[in-house]
Design a protein around this ligand. Structure first.
Ligand code: C2G
Length: 128
């Protein structure tokens, strides 16, 4: 069974996120999403989520491409996650291109093109 992992905040879940999750799942058989906790978002990413971790987790768990949601609590957990869950491929949108190449020692690393026209920030601005 080929296992894939990806990380993110996934606040105000939108079709750009779904495009990423669909393509990530297509690379294997089992997709884990490491979802940024509210604390990690606030302390390390300066992101204030609209939905709480539990709400964002519930939304992701209802997406057909997602098999498991785990918490992302810090920047340092990725190597351990890849080992612990026996990950074959690490996937991120290409806004992160190159940033996680250190993981190539442990698994394949794939950066997928983002869906250009949509973002959570864009949604918030449009709704203002
Ligand atoms: N994404 C995308 N297209 C968009 C918006 C997002 O492909 N229009 C992708 C991002 O590239 C990322 C995933 O969807 O792979 C989740 O996006 P965010 O929630 O913005 O993730 P981010 O805050 O960048 O967190 O340790 C890594 C971080 O947790 C990544």
């Amino acid at each position: 069974m080929k296992k894939i992992i990806t990380y993110g905040t996934y606040d105000l879940l939108h079709y750009g996120h779904i495009n990423l999750l669909q393509r990530a799942k297509a690379l294997g058989d089992y997709l884990i999403v490491a979802l940024s906790t509210d604390e990690f978002n606030w302390d390390s990413k300066q992101k204030k989520c609209y939905f709480t971790y539990e709400q964002r987790k519930r939304l992701l768990e209802s997406v057909r491409y997602v098999d498991l949601v785990i918490p992302e609590e810090n920047w340092e957990q990725k190597i351990n996650d890849v080992k612990e869950f026996k990950i074959d491929t690490f996937v991120m949108g290409d806004d992160w291109a190159g940033k996680f190449d250190f993981l190539k020692e442990y698994c394949d690393v794939v950066y997928l093109p983002r869906t250009p026209e949509i973002s959570t920030t864009q949604i918030k601005n449009d709704l203002k």
